[in-house]
Design a protein around this ligand. Sequence first.
Ligand code: CAO
Length: 277
Amino acid sequence: PAVITTDIPSKEKKSFMAPPAIPRPIFTGKDRTEPLNGELHSFSVFTFDQEALYIKISSIKKGFQKAMVKTMNAALKIPHFGYCDEVDLMELVQLRLELKGLAESRGIKAQLHAFLHKGAGSHFIIQNMYTKLMASHNIGLAMDTPQGLLVPNVKSVQSLSVFDVAVELNRLQALGSAGQLGAADLTGGTFTLSNIGSIGGTYAKAVILPPEVAIGALGKIQVLPRFTSRDDVEKAYIMNVSWSADHRVIDGATMCRFSNLWRSYLENPAAMVLDLK
Ligand code: CAO
């Protein structure tokens, strides 16, 4: 390579080697346009897995994406109120470890979600957009499936045991991975939890699925130091929760009270065993 010399007169005239020329990569990727809800949309997406993205885009033709477009357009009309808190899952993580073997001996994986769902499905006064009180607490779980985002729900969580919820979640997850979730499981949800933290991230701004009026996004569980009531520092398993609520029907204080109650069950799982049906 050529030696380049600067023109600036100086006692120590500087010289440096020009970097070797690097051949420019030839990019052969092509933009693709796919029909979405009858319209044409261009996708510009960063992904590490083009094949998975292609399967998801293909599902547009199967209607799941069309349904999401419709739901999200309806969600845009909702005045979203956001509220965040942190939950210490130290005791719950330990309890789950203790119950894991027992559940496995019955052929079931005791997911953390079984507890999160049970805590959410027991006391929340759930309303839909027409402020109809829903007797049955059908708690949805956002699932990242090969067909895209799907939200099946566990029906009547208020009358199920934590184990029953786990059985249902196992069933829904198996169907979701196999691309076999049907209308019965995907409709009738009254409230949703979205565990984006299972992939990563601490906070998320979740979008309500109308006609539901609230949704919770769960962050990644992190091991962090926290002060106890005795001023000692202890290891804590912190999970952030970000609630979104429809402010036309749920005000901040109501959301906060619900969140406090849900958190109290998760932080003291013994209370869950004592109180919840
Ligand atoms: N933080 C840290 N670890 C977590 C976690 C979290 N928030 N959630 C689950 N885990 C851990 C579990 O403890 C479990 O650990 P072990 O294997 O040691 O027991 C492991 O991850 C597997 O958990 P799991 O069996 O409960 O299920 P999963 O992680 O596969 O999560 C589901 C299930 C459906 C939540 C997930 O597959 C998924 O789809 N997440 C994405 C949801 C999403 O896309 N939300 C955004 C919607 S808006 O576009």
